[in-house]
Design a protein around this ligand. Structure first.
Ligand code: PLP
Length: 394
């Protein structure tokens, strides 16, 4: 049977791998050799699950969304990752990786961040573990995301501006890689999504897979069956989606739906719809689909939601797209904002704008009255309040 998981070398079909400069090889190789073994140790599992329970607040509820289900005439369940400590799924991964860093004997943590959400999740676990934390962030993003910069500082992290290029996420990533090359012994690099060279996409997917692990037993309690008809998630780099799909990937009875940000429209020139617009290329050490010019230079993506404007997509998702295993839907800024307002008023839950994209699919696609559709509610909307205020003139 075909598997949609990574193989030994970190390939999902033709995508993935580790395309890295020689100088980075010792770092990724150390991680590659040890990550599976460490994750399977009983002491690691125990500490990881204890922290997920007591610190993150897991298991997160699987909530039957009654009014939303009535409106769209299908059975909609919400996996409430918005209730995680720090307000989104990202902390599942940073908890896992800080424990990994400890096991590997590292004392210093670096990370990159765009909107600052991954920076905050990393600074949080560094405070928890008393580790030095340096977060690289583009100078432009530092100016745009002042509240998250303040959070990181309050948590004890140092925020270092990336001053080169477009001074945004990709430049922060370049700075972080440079730092790691210079500090291979004592430093671990916490990447924030299922992107980057092998073993990051697989490792991050495994840490986030707790989402679908919980969905299975929670759905069994509520519906008497483990498998929904569809799992739905928004895709930036693809970590919340990877966690939501993980235990269903090789089960064809479960439909996989991935929702991308079309920004102002797929063909507007201002979009982040990677599968629709992307071509095969290499970004941050991984072979995947990415938005690029004819010369292979990375195109600056755009979306109203900062968490979705990554120019590439994780290799797992590139493969789901290419093979047809996943159904990909692109949602514009306007459609996402409207869906976010609707969910707020029908369910009393204000979603992150990233997640609002996932809710907008119901105006594009019909489901049957008995279909069970699980949407991963990846994060809460508090961080996006100003964007909602400006958009709706609230
Ligand atoms: C960061 C973020 C995303 C996008 O990242 P993925 O790696 O694709 O999950 C989606 N939703 C929220 C709430 C986020 O903070």
């Amino acid at each position: 049977m075909r598997t949609y998981q990574a193989d030994e070398k970190g390939y999902y079909g033709e995508f993935g791998g580790a395309f890295i400069p020689e100088m980075l090889y010792p770092n990724t190789e150390e991680l590659r050799q040890h990550y599976v073994q460490i994750m399977e140790e009983a002491s690691f599992k125990k500490e990881f699950h204890q922290l997920l329970k007591d610190y993150v607040g897991r298991p997160t509820p699987l909530y039957f969304a009654n009014r939303l289900s009535e409106k769209y005439k299908t059975k909609i369940y919400l996996k409430r990752e918005d209730l995680c400590h720090t307000g989104a799924h990202k902390v599942n991964n940073t908890i896992g990786q800080i424990l990994m860093a400890k096991k590997l004997g590292k004392s210093r943590i670096i990370a990159e961040t765009g909107a600052g959400q991954h920076g905050v999740a990393t600074a949080t676990v560094c405070a928890l573990m008393g580790m030095e934390c340096i977060v690289y962030m583009g100078e432009i993003d530092i100016a745009r995301q002042a509240p998250n910069v303040a959070r990181m500082k309050m948590l004890g992290a140092e925020v270092r501006p990336a001053l080169s290029g477009s001074r945004t996420l990709k430049d922060a990533t370049n700075e972080a890689i440079r730092d790691w090359i210079n500090n291979p012994v004592n430093t671990h690099y916490i990447i924030g999504s299922v992107v980057g060279p092998h073993p990051y996409p697989d490792m991050v997917a495994r840490f986030q897979s707790v989402i679908s692990e919980e969905i299975k037993w929670q759905l069994m309690e509520k519906e008497g069956r483990e498998n929904p008809d569809y799992v739905v998630a928004c895709v930036g780099g693809g970590s919340n989606a990877a966690g939501t799909y993980y235990h269903f990937l090789d089960n064809k009875d479960v439909g996989i739906i991935a929702v991308e940000a079309a920004g102002k429209g797929i063909h507007s020139g201002e979009s982040a719809a990677t599968s629709a617009l992307g071509q095969v290329g290499i970004i941050h050490g991984s072979k995947t689909l990415l938005m690029q010019t004819q010369d292979g230079q990375i195109t600056e993506p755009y979306s109203i939601s900062a968490g979705l404007d990554y120019p590439g997509v994780g290799p797992m998702h590139a493969n789901l797209y290419r093979t047809g295993r996943g159904e990909f839907i692109s949602i514009t800024d306007d459609e996402a904002m409207t869906a976010g307002l609707l969910v707020s008023q029908l369910e009393g839950i204000i979603p992150a704008i990233e997640t609002s994209h996932a809710f907008a699919i119901f105006d594009h696609r019909k489901f049957g009255p008995d279909d069970v559709v699980v949407i991963n509610l990846s994060g809460r909307g508090d961080k996006d309040l100003q964007t909602y205020i400006d958009y709706f003139k609230l």
